[in-house]
Each structure stands twice: as structure tokens, then as C-alpha cells.
Design a protein around this ligand. Sequence first.
Ligand SMILES: NC(=O)c1ccc[n+]([C@@H]2O[C@H](COP(=O)([O-])OP(=O)(O)OC[C@H]3O[C@@H](n4cnc5c(N)ncnc54)[C@H](OP(=O)(O)O)[C@@H]3O)[C@@H](O)[C@H]2O)c1
Length: 279
Amino acid sequence: MRRDCNGMVVAITGASAGIGRALAIELAGRGARLALAARRLELLEQLDRELGGGHLCIRADVATEQDCGYLVHACQARFGRIDTLVCNAGIGLLRSIGDTTAEEWRLLLAVNLAGTADCIRAALPLMRRQELRQGWRGQVVIVSSCLARRAVPDMGVYCATKAAQLALGESLRLEERANRIAVTTVHPVGTATEFDGAAERLSAQRIGRRSAGEAVQDPAVVAAAVSSAIIRPRPEVWPHRMSRWAFGLATLMPGLADLAMARFRRRIDPGAQGGNTVE
Ligand SMILES: NC(=O)c1ccc[n+]([C@@H]2O[C@H](COP(=O)([O-])OP(=O)(O)OC[C@H]3O[C@@H](n4cnc5c(N)ncnc54)[C@H](OP(=O)(O)O)[C@@H]3O)[C@@H](O)[C@H]2O)c1
């Protein structure tokens, strides 16, 4: 059944930038009421003003369980329900697995994986109690990555959190089917957001120039694809259509995929530690 976004309540983590911000703009244009969450409250409030005001802005660090609970609580207090929870907040790390420190491991797991799980665990009791609206009590959207299906070198920890998000979504979809809670995982390719810059700063590394033909999408394209899966819930969203087949094939031919993915090692310039300029 096609759902009307007008009046729908959508909570988005990581709404201050990139894909989350683009999704907020897309959904506000369709009349959704939004709960916008991130650590940079001033950017959320600026976005709310750009959208005409009236949305809920919540300072929340998803690495903190209490903040995830507060996000759901504040959304319920303001709107009475959450139709769709979008677990989008995420960070990257440019580091080989052997060189990743225990602190870095824990940070990635806390933000990308525990942050997703804590928001979902907080929202589920509310969603299960909600009246059906256009066929569904609620929906969980998890913004994972195409790298959930096949990892690349020097981003192994990040890829592991994205694969775990996919696993979480697959289990949850079947567990909550009888409750009429839809679950959708999203698998973007490289997207022109703050993501690379944030990962470079966290890792004190620089990403080299993208190779010719490497797909980079506009966050508005990803947002439009996610929005269509909110209107008509489906298991997975692959905003770059070809990537779905390429990454599916990679799981069938791991040796060939190793050859293809090895080129990503050259993307990170080992001589550029500590903040040299991008090549
Ligand atoms: N860009 C890509 O190439 C790409 C490709 C595939 C998948 N993805 C996934 O898409 C999602 C969104 O990334 P993006 O590309 O839009 O990156 P982005 O532009 O860097 O945005 C990341 C968002 O997450 C928020 N965030 C980061 N850490 C947070 C924390 N601890 N608590 C709450 N919010 C936090 C940031 O807000 P604050 O800093 O204000 O907290 C920001 O709003 C991520 O899950 C990422 O893994 C991205």
C-alpha cells in the first residue's frame, strides 16, 4: 500500500548533514513532521528554519544509550507517535584492522551499531502500541552501506559495522512482521557528503582521488530513494541500481571481488598521515 507522507512523523538521526539532512528536506516537502537529531543542535535549528519551522530539533549523541532513549521520548511527547525511525547517523574510519586501536573499534561500534540498536530498542515498544496507519504501525529504516555486502581494505571496522546493521535489519524485519512494523536497510555507494572529511579527520588520513568511473551520488538522490521506501516500504534500498548487482555478484565470486577491491588500498595515502593535503 502507498503511504501518504503528509502528517507522517519521521525521526532522523544524523540530520545535521549529508544524507540525513537531504532526507529531511525531501520529507518536509512532502508534509512530514520531523524529529531531527544530531550532536550539532545549531545546524538542526538552522535546517528547521530553512524548512519553515515546526519540526523538533534534538541534540543527541547516538553513542549514548540515554540520548537514544531521549530522542524517542521527546518525539512521543511532541507528536504522540513515530511512523518511521531513520537510523542514519554514522562515521567512518580509514584504518587497517591491525592498526585500529581499541578506542577506535569501540567508537565505531558505539556510533554505527549500538547507536542503531539503542534507537530501535527505544522505539519498538512505542511502535508496537501505535494504531495502524496506512497499513503499518511503524517502520525502521537503517542507513547501512553497499559495503555491508562486501568489505574493502583499510575500512574493515567501518564495513563490519555496516554488515552488522544489515544483519540487524534482516532479523528485525522478520521479528516485527506480525506487529506490522516494516524494516528497510539502505545501501548507498559513495555519496557527496561530509562523511569522507569526517573520516579523514578521525583517522588523520587522507583519501586519494577517486578512480575514474567510481560512482558518487548526490545525497538528494539517496534521499529520494529512501523517501520512496518510506512511501512504499520494502526490504532494501540500493540508490545506485547497478551496485546492487555488482555487490551481489561479489558475494558469489569472492576471489574476483578481492582483485576488484584491492584497488581501494591505493585510495589511502600512507604518506599523508596527520593532515596533508588531498592528492
Ligand atoms: N557518504 C557516503 O559515501 C556513504 C556511503 C554509504 C553509506 N553511508 C552512510 O550514510 C549515513 C550518513 O552519512 P553521510 O554520508 O550523510 O555523512 P555525514 O555528511 O558525515 O553526516 C553524518 C551525520 O551523522 C551525525 N553523527 C555522527 N556521529 C554522531 C553521533 N555520535 N551521534 C549523533 N549523530 C552523529 C552527524 O551529525 P553531528 O556531527 O552533528 O552529530 C551528521 O548529521 C552513515 O551511516 C554512513 O555510514 C554514507
